[in-house]
Design a protein around this ligand. Structure first.
Ligand code: ADP
Length: 188
């Protein structure tokens, strides 16, 4: 199973990716988590990414693409993967197509988890209070949603065009949303 997860910040991609990874026995790869781990470890990659993340902007494509290319070359990815947070713009989607072609593997589905902007804003502000993520302040959340609308939302048309798009309603209890995704993907 090779899946990309799409949807606005706060739609529940990370939560669903972890549950689906467990169910399907494949790794969930979150570019946001990899960047945060590198920021925390003060690695060269983390130093490159930090200012963009703090501002709610995308980390430059050449940095992100190289990181994903390395990750997809690792052995644990052989049975499949879930990508959470990548691709995030059409250029990254084209790059991913190239990486998969080089690896001689194919995408099964691009799952868009839909959720209203009001709902996700509220969820993100709630999470800010609980977890204190550096980019969960109100201004940065607003910017992340703008970047989503400008750069990432056009990906749904990209994957609709390639025949991979599966849309799933992200509103509801966590296990219910997982069941919807599994049903939608496995019935393809
Ligand atoms: P969210 O989806 O809640 O905004 P993520 O954890 O997916 O959070 O991403 C956090 C930040 O990491 C982004 O705002 C961006 O700066 C950076 N990032 C993650 N994935 C990518 C990507 N594919 N391309 C560029 N930047 C990324």
């Amino acid at each position: 199973m090779r899946i990309v997860l799409l949807g606005p910040p706060g739609a529940g991609k990370g939560t669903q990716a972890a549950r689906l990874a467990e169910q399907w026995g494949i790794p969930a790869i979150s570019t946001g988590d990899i960047f945060r781990a590198n920021v925390k470890g003060e690695t060269p990659l983390g130093l490159k990414a930090k200012s963009y993340m703090d501002a709610g902007e995308l980390v430059p494509d050449e940095v992100t693409n190289a990181m994903v290319r390395d990750r997809l070359a690792q052995d644990d990815v052989a049975p499949g993967f879930l990508l959470d947070g990548y691709p995030r713009n059409p250029e990254q989607a084209v790059e991913l197509d190239g990486m998969m072609k080089d690896l001689r593997i194919e995408l099964d589905a691009a799952v868009e988890i839909t959720a209203d902007f009001d709902v996700v804003t509220e969820r993100l502000l709630g999470r800010a209070a609980e977890q204190g993520r550096a980019d969960d302040t109100e201004d940065v959340i607003r910017r992340r949603l703008e970047v989503y609308a400008e750069s990432t939302a056009p990906l749904t048309a990209y994957y609709e065009g390639s025949g991979h798009l599966v849309r799933v309603d992200g509103i509801g209890a966590v296990p219910e949303v997982t069941d919807r995704i599994v049903a939608a993907v496995e019935s393809r």
